[in-house]
Design a protein around this ligand. Structure first.
Ligand SMILES: Nc1ncnc2c1ncn2[C@@H]1O[C@H](COP(=O)(O)OP(=O)(O)OP(=O)(O)O)[C@@H](O)[C@H]1O
Length: 502
């Protein structure tokens, strides 16, 4: 059946031509056209056996003619063909590259249906057999793919947990006990709440738990709630749909929950999460699915959460600052990480391990400490715990001359330690030895005649202001930021810049 006069008017095809009629006319034309123009055509039945192949196709792939392919399974003739998938799924594949030998064919595949709609076979056309004309494009594509794979590998590496539980140095009773509890937590898949002062090794333990758990091959992703500005926390955790934000950030962004899928999400400073976000977090934990901002689609998750806090969350619950339901959901396994002053007997081993690590990173020989220096370290109050000890040792390594560092030299360094952190042990322990302050090294005393660059003075003043604010606010960074009149993210950036943060 062809087009008749009834189908035409002075403009050619008549508007309103019956779709069935149009179809019956257009389909054979389309096929004839494609078959004539393209480089080869093949048809298979429901079992993906060849029912017809154009001679052009046959000669292209080295067969005498199309008849010699009849009845054979499509993969026996074209090993990379995906016509079987088209037959099975009933879905076309409009444009694809099919490898054949060292060539690539540009192909299109469509299912063939009987009048009742049932799939009875599929048609494949080779639109273009010289994919090598596309070589520059393919090369670029290949390079981009290689770069993408490399970036993905690097990202995965960055999301690997570095530490194991054995990296938690210490053999004191409290250290041994916390490591025992961490090992037990690794055997379970429940949510963990780590509480302990800043710098006690909560993140180290979280990584250790992850690395010993069944999720060890999955990602370990850490987020510090206190470091993310309030208005960005939701996007950071749950991600955004494309266009959720106007301006620069119009693209979709994966949230940390999705990045941690199949692994562990470490939520540090969980006490800093606002009440509305606590509700959202609870829902995600209960339902194990996430709904990115601005999207109305939920995505399933398989994430274990380890949360950490240095504040007393139970007290926060009592005050109404933290939701009781979220607290109980997080507190399934509760581990209290001891302060360094509760395990002074571990200081020596810690010093040794930290000095080795510092030396390995700096490429220098490990610093040696004289016995009186070690004794002095063991007596400090360490409000900043192991992190503070590490910072001090890093400074000691930088300042050290040849030979072991003795007690007097170390006392001088302790005297110049960050005032908010270098609380003499006298405050916390009756066995205290007050550090010897060095007048020369005190940041505020400069020799009379010396002129220092303005930038140095300003940086020094800023550092002093930051430390004073932290001290005045009992180490509470949120409060300190607000009293300094800067954002929390701003405060974090400055603390890092001055080496006061981690
Ligand atoms: N027991 C330990 N053995 C070896 N290193 C430790 C130990 N505890 C802490 N550290 C080191 O001290 C530093 C701080 O540790 P970490 O970040 O795990 O503390 P944190 O409790 O998570 O601190 P914050 O609450 O401030 O986030 C890291 O460099 C870590 O490697």
């Amino acid at each position: 059946m062809g087009l008749s006069a009834a189908d035409l008017d002075e403009n050619g095809l008549k508007i309103g031509i019956s779709p069935e009629h149009f179809r019956s006319v257009a389909m054979p034309l389309l096929f004839d056209h494609l078959n004539a123009q393209c480089e080869g055509t093949v048809a298979v039945n429901r079992e993906a056996r060849i029912v017809w192949m154009s001679d052009k196709y046959a000669s292209k792939i080295g067969l005498a003619d199309g008849r010699s392919a009849l009845g054979r399974e499509i993969e026996a003739v074209l090993p990379s063909s995906r016509l079987r998938e088209v037959v099975d799924s009933g879905q076309p594949s409009l444009l694809d590259l099919m490898p054949f030998g060292d060539e690539h064919f540009v192909v299109t595949r469509i299912p063939l249906r009987a009048d009742d709609g049932q799939v009875v076979g599929a048609l494949g056309f080779v639109l273009f057999d010289r994919a090598r004309h596309l070589k520059p494009l393919m090369e670029k594509f290949g390079r981009l793919q290689a770069r993408l794979a490399e970036t993905e590998r690097a990202l995965l590496q960055a999301r690997r947990a570095r530490y194991t539980i054995a990296n938690f140095i210490g053999t004191s009773a409290v250290a041994t006990e916390i490591k025992r509890q961490a090992r037990r937590a690794a055997q379970l898949d429940a949510t963990v709440l780590l509480h302990g002062e800043t710098g006690t090794g909560k993140e180290l333990l979280a990584q250790g738990i992850h690395n010993l758990s069944a999720r060890a091959d999955g990602p370990f992703v850490a987020v510090n709630m206190a470091a993310v500005p309030d208005n960005l926390v939701e996007a950071e955790l749950f991600g955004t749909a494309p266009g959720a934000f106007t301006g620069a950030d119009r693209k979709a962004r994966l949230g940390k929950f999705e990045l941690a899928n199949g692994g562990t999400l470490f939520l540090d400073e969980i006490g800093d999460l606002s009440l509305p976000l606590q509700v959202k977090l609870l829902r995600v934990l209960q339902e194990q699915q996430v709904e990115p901002l601005g999207s109305n689609q939920v995505r399933p998750l398989d994430v274990r959460v380890i949360a950490a806090t240095h504040v007393d969350l139970e007290a926060r619950v009592a005050e109404g600052g933290f939701r009781a339901d979220l607290f109980y959901r997080l507190n399934v396994l509760s581990l209290r990480v001891p302060a360094l002053r509760e395990r002074r007997e571990d200081v020596r081993a810690l010093v040794e391990a930290l000095l080795d690590d510092i030396a390995a990173r700096s490429g220098q020989r490990p610093l040696e400490l004289a016995d009186d220096a070690l004794a002095l370290l063991a007596e400090q109050a360490w409000p900043g715990n192991v992190r503070q000890l590490r910072n001090l040792l890093e400074r000691a390594q930088l300042s050290a001359e040849r030979g072991p560092l003795d007690g007097a030299a170390l006392a001088a360094l302790l005297g110049t330690a960050e005032p908010a952190l270098a609380v003499p042990a006298a405050v916390a322990s009756p066995r205290a030895v007050a550090p010897v302050a060095s007048s020369e090294a005190t940041p505020d005393t400069l020799p009379g005649e010396r002129v220092v660059p303005l930038a140095d003075s300003l940086a020094r003043a800023e550092r002093t202001a930051l430390l004073a604010a932290l001290r005045a606010c009992g180490g509470n960074r949120r409060l300190a930021a607000s009293r300094l009149g800067i954002s929390r993210a701003g405060l974090y950036a400055k603390l890092q810049q001055h080496g006061i943060a981690r």
